[in-house]
Design a protein around this ligand. Sequence first.
Ligand code: ADP
Ligand code: MG
Length: 700
Amino acid sequence: MSTLLQSPIEFLKGVGPLRGEMLRKEMHFQAFGDLLSHYPFRYIDRSVIHKIRELNPLTQYIQLKGRITGFRQVSTGKQKRLMATFRDDTGEVDLIWFQSIDFILKTLKVNVEMLVFGKPTLFNGEYNIAHPEVEIFTDELKTSGKGLQPVYSSTEKMKKKNLDSRGLTRLMHTLVGQMKEWDVEEFLPKHILQQFKLISRYEALVNIHFPKNESLLHEATRRLKFEELFLIQLQVLKVKSNRGEISKGFVFEKIDNHFDKFYHHQLKFELTGAQKRVLKEIRRDTLSGKQMNRLLQGDVGSGKTVVALLTMLMGIDNGFQACMMAPTEILANQHYESILEALRGMGLEVALLTGSIKGKARKFILENLAEGKIDILIGTHALIEDSVVFKNIGMVVIDEQHRFGVAQRAALWTKNEKPPHILVMTATPIPRTLAMTIYGDLDVSVIDELPPGRKPIRTVHRTDSDRLRVFGFMHEEITKGRQIYVVYPLIEESETLDLKHLMDGYESISRAFPKPKFQISIVHGRMKSVDKDYEMQRFVRCETQIMIATTVIEVGVNIPNASVMVIENAERFGLSQLHQLRGRVGRGAEQSFCILITGPKLSNDSKQRISVMCKTNDGFVIAEEDLKLRGPGDLEGTQQSGVVNLRLADLVHDGNILEAARTTAQNLIESDPMLSRAEHQPLLKYVSEIRKEKIWAKIS
Ligand code: ADP
Ligand code: MG
């Protein structure tokens, strides 16, 4: 980086120590370069000059050309203000200033042709523009025009210190004016610039802030988006290729013992084509001599668990231990029980380790684990703790990855001298573009087929006033022998309020479904995990017909007899969460239902979400919709990854650029893995500089 862009921010003309401090605190700007990468979030088109006649109640911002015909100061009441009458050949409008009145009077002349830009408001039937931008219509302006003006985000505190969008524009103007070509180093190699016809970095930076015209703005944006996505892809792919080289993996040659026994004798159903395909992919990985790092995506109910189990058996057949980590105790318990059941009579040792297993029981497990007497360990985060030592772990399965950070994933690799194979499973279908960014370092398998015989879940929307009807329906289903979930939202900030809703709901349901004929389970986050388990188990054993819960049941719980999912306050859930919740039903042969209950009034976004849910059961369609509605930053599991804090690129619309960036990065790593060729030196230097910054630390 050049010295200009490295200069401390307070040295920029117009900044100084005080504002410098403010920019550091509020925006984390340390140097000129940080300011430069604060891109506008939109532009105002000032290339068009309008007429006063065109003002209408919908006008947002407008640029006018005309003359001030006179000033008048109004000082009645508390509000002292300066007004100017501004005319063009179609009418007149008032300009108003509440501050800097003396300054305005000194600088603005009557009867000089000028450009006025601002936001009109309608007051007593007349338009006026408060604190407009005014400038003399010089010859230079006549020829070049004002073009597109940047609009920058800033904070309340900054606005008070005149560092609003306009203030930042002034600073940016100073900086860009000072900047020469050589201050901005081009780090993309020529062959890439040529291949994608990208403009230089210098040109792009100048034009992203002060675009000379639409087409240059487009080129600048394209170049900077490409660079942003390319750098991320370079990083993730580098991690991947390094791992491939460094991490020799175990070879699982044999599958002729437990795997075969289970597959041919123990398994109660035929695997779906998709499950078989994924197993083949895993088999290939575990024979390759490299460490497997595979992401298994499969919609809720697609049967990931059995794939995980078979994968663990591959490891066991080759003399290794395996473990499976789940995000909640409930889920870990459930995996434990179902795997225990599935493996019954096979002589394998399966153990459960969660936070609530303490003292002697825990000690016993840890000892057996270290001695290699446990074949499969199932548990929660507790598995990551240092005290958990395996004799020789060969296969690690992580269920519902989006609940775990990248760091936690990494913590499990280090449990062995040679890293175990890793299978990460997620039921949150992630749009391809996002998967490539967040999980770019993993190979991806997809189960895109549900086990046969599943009937699509019927989803309907009901409002509070339909509650009696809903209760009636619940009655019918329970009479048929089905079980029902009723779920309430849980949002941390208002936990107490949510708990109240849940308890109110519990009361009204208890009244409608009285004991002893009906039994109700209740599970929420404030309960001790033993109590949660107890309630859950009652529901699993079909001793209760209704399960009232907060979203703790969202992930993974599998009770095929439950066929109705009622979601209260459905408008408060995100799309992917609704989909996850709905996935708790529809697991048996019966027709299942999902009832989304909302208040009578819905925002447009909520309406959209509910309607998507009623229309489709396809997790990938839902994920795409979610991405469109919320943007990637809000998608579950993306925050902790850090990679989606993109400055410019947008994973919804820039799929093409992302593909290009990824292919380019891939080719580059293949042809020059160490970036040692002369033409790649600037890139190497740039990458190692930014790696020190936090966004890179997060993903590497
Ligand atoms: P998820 O992918 O959501 O984790 P599970 O692994 O819990 O799904 O599987 C859901 C249910 O489907 C389980 O009851 C499981 O036994 C059953 N299942 C899985 N694969 C098949 C299959 N090929 N045929 C029939 N049932 C299956
Ligand atoms: Mg599951």
